[in-house]
Design a protein around this ligand. Structure first.
Ligand SMILES: Cc1ncc(C[n+]2csc(CCOP(=O)(O)OP(=O)(O)O)c2C)c(N)n1
Length: 338
């Protein structure tokens, strides 16, 4: 088919449909999270991934799930869902329920599921970057054939600890992919206000680290390039520093959705033209792999699925009050004198 050459697509219809379903599921899951937050059914902070879906889908399909390590910041729902964490355990955590990955005591920013290779879920900007390097170091030290995907935001990439980690990662040959989710914004600010050089991809070069910039709004290309980089890291036992160009359509956090003073409506409208879901949908229709009717049916099915997950979470108990001191490092119980 002519379109196949035009789009340079070699992937099967089934593979593309899986990409589409994964991205759509994340989008509807995140939209539900925003509503849940507004209804007061989720505490603390919450940050959603709307607009960035192709990025996580591409990278999670590039690794050996459950074997390789993944770590990220607080915008963490999509990574966990794609790694195979049960969605009830993700939404349950967000809603503070016992069925959550941290028993409901971590919340949205602290999804954690090491059984599926997911090491969080961290709230201190840039704080988890050395931890990710530590995971890669552990893999190397034990002689395991594992790679660590170490995700961070563009804002986080300015943190001093990131540069220290890059130095160590290069010196010690860590199989670690540092992935910058450049969604153009940090918190209440945008790239040109926080980064002296907007070309974040260059920051790995002084450390003799493979460094690249990739479009993160094309899921097909994202997966292909991510796969090549992950296998390169595994084989060469070297780190990589990869800037992914993406966009977040929602506010920084669920509480900031209506107060985005750092961007214009026109800019946002233009960004919607790059929407990774609409892009794949149109490509699939062009290839004859999808119809409007089928797309609508898939979307309806996924919306229902998210509602089903929500009902389960909403009917689930909160942790017991006497569990409040469980799973903490020191003995903080009042009877211990604190
Ligand atoms: C060390 C530290 N400083 C400040 C904050 C407050 N803060 C939370 S998110 C954020 C912005 C980070 O933006 P970015 O890394 O681009 O990630 P994004 O939210 O775009 O995914 C800031 C400054 C924090 N959590 N930790």
């Amino acid at each position: 088919m002519a379109k196949k050459e035009e789009y340079k697509i070699t992937e099967s219809a089934a593979e593309l449909e899986e990409h589409l379903r994964d991205m759509l599921f994340i989008r509807h899951f995140e939209e539900k999270c925003n509503r849940v937050y507004r209804e007061g059914k989720a505490g603390g902070y919450m940050h959603v991934y709307i607009g960035m879906e192709a990025l996580a889908v591409g990278w999670m399909k590039a690794i050996r799930k459950g074997e390789d390590y993944v770590i990220t910041a607080y915008r963490d729902h999509a990574h966990a869902l794609l790694l195979g964490t049960p969605p009830e355990a993700v939404l349950g955590e967000i809603m503070g329920r016992k069925i959550g990955t941290a028993g409901g005591k971590g919340g949205s920013m602290h999804i954690y599921d090491p059984k599926n290779g997911f090491y969080g879920g961290w709230g201190i900007v840039g704080g988890h970057i050395p931890l990710g390097a530590g995971l890669a170091f552990a893999a190397r030290y034990r002689g395991e054939d594992k790679v660590c995907l170490n995700f961070m935001g563009d804002g986080a990439s300015n943190q001093g600890v990131v540069f220290e980690t890059l130095n160590m990662a290069s010196l010690t040959d860590l199989p670690c992919v540092f992935i910058i989710e450049n969604n153009e914004f940090a918190m209440g600010t945008r790239l040109e206000y926080h980064a002296a050089d907007k070309e974040l991809w260059k920051r790995g070069l002084p450390f003799d680290i493979r460094s690249e910039r990739i479009d993160g709004m094309d899921v097909i290309d994202m997966k292909r390039k991510a796969t090549e980089i992950v296998e390169w890291c595994r084989k060469e036992q070297r780190p990589a520093w990869i800037e992914i160009m993406t966009y977040r359509y929602s506010g920084h956090g669920a509480a900031d959705n209506d107060r985005q003073l750092y961007r214009t409506k026109e800019e946002e409208d233009l960004a919607w033209q790059r929407d990774p879901i609409a892009r794949l949908k149109m490509q699939m229709i062009g290839l004859g792999y999808m119809t409007e009717e089928k797309y609508e049916a898939i979307e309806e099915e996924l919306i229902e699925e998210v509602e089903r997950i929500y009902e389960i979470c909403d009917a689930s108990p909160f942790p017991e009050p006497d569990e409040v001191y469980d799973n903490i490092y020191s003995d903080m119980k009042p009877e211990a004198g604190h």
